[in-house]
Each structure stands twice: as C-alpha cells, then as structure tokens.
Write a protein that binds this ligand. Structure first.
Ligand SMILES: [Zn+2]
Length: 162
C-alpha cells in the first residue's frame, strides 16, 4: 500500500527530533524537505499545506528506534499516518466527527482499495502498536542532532552520511 498507518509506540511519544530543536532549526529542515518534494505531498501528490513527517526505522532485536529521514505530506496523508492522534482530536472536538470518514475515503482513493481493506489495515496497525508499546524503545537521534549543530545545516548533508 502506498499510504499506511504508522503508529509511534507509546513509550516514544513526544520523543522526536522536532521537540529537541529550536523553531528556526525545525523550520530549516521543513523548508528543505518541502523543496526536495517539489512542494507536493510525497504520497498522493496533492499541493497545499504540507507537514514534515519523521520516518522511523524500528529495530526489534535491539529495541531501537532510529530516525531515517523526513517526508513531505499533505494534511490527510499525515493524519492517516497518525490515526491515533485523530481519535484523540475528535474526542476533544478539535476535529469534526466525520473526519475519520474523510480520511477513510482518502486512504481508499490513494491505495485504490475498499473501506473493508482500510478497516483491516487499521486493526492490524493497532495490534502491532499494542505490541510495540510494550517495549521501552531507545530513540536514536544523536546523529541528526549533531548534524544540526554542524555549520552546514542543509538537508543534503544530513542524507549524505546517514
Ligand atoms: Zn497526501
């Protein structure tokens, strides 16, 4: 599937690169990511407001979660990646009640699949998330933070020696 749900294990919530950077540093990264993506969503190619999504790799043998890079995503694709957050926002009225339906339609369109496929994917993502959340993941960000503090703060350098 082109677009998949990516739930971050509970032990790692809020432990991301963004929260360890200044607003300017994060903005620099975001701008580079959007430019690299041609100012389009990297999954569905939609133009408009973009979000900078952190891409993680989970090493299950060492319980290590490593930041691999970034992806420019439209609002809908980004919310699908973080579907757990959507439910929280609906419960607190930050998002409308029918937002799940809007996201379901987007998911089906992008993946060319049925609503049943979405439901099955959602269920298996939650099962995976429950298992992953039982572990205490080590979040590996050191390399990225060090690169941020080097004098050449462009994304090209980040990717070069990843
Ligand atoms: Zn998109």
């Amino acid at each position: 599937m082109k677009l998949e749900i990516e739930l971050v294990p509970k032990s790692s919530w809020y432990r991301n690169l963004r929260s360890g950077l200044s607003r300017d540093e994060w903005n620099n990264i975001r701008k580079e990511v959007y430019k690299k993506a041609g100012h389009k969503c990297e999954i569905c190619k939609l133009q408009g407001k973009l979000f900078c999504h952190e891409l993680w790799n989970y090493d299950e043998t060492r319980d290590m979660q490593k930041l691999m890079g970034f992806q420019a995503l439209c609002e809908k694709c980004h919310y699908i990646k973080h579907l757990g957050l959507v439910n929280v926002k609906i419960a607190s009225c930050e998002l409308p009640n029918n937002f799940i339906d809007i996201l379901t339609d987007h998911f089906c369109k992008v993946n060319n699949c049925s609503k049943e496929d979405f439901k099955a994917h959602e269920e298996s993502s939650y099962k995976k998330w429950i298992n992953m959340s039982k572990k205490n993941w080590t979040v590996e960000l050191t390399a990225w933070k060090n690169r941020m503090h080097n004098k050449q703060k462009t994304l090209e350098n980040f990717y070069e020696d990843k």
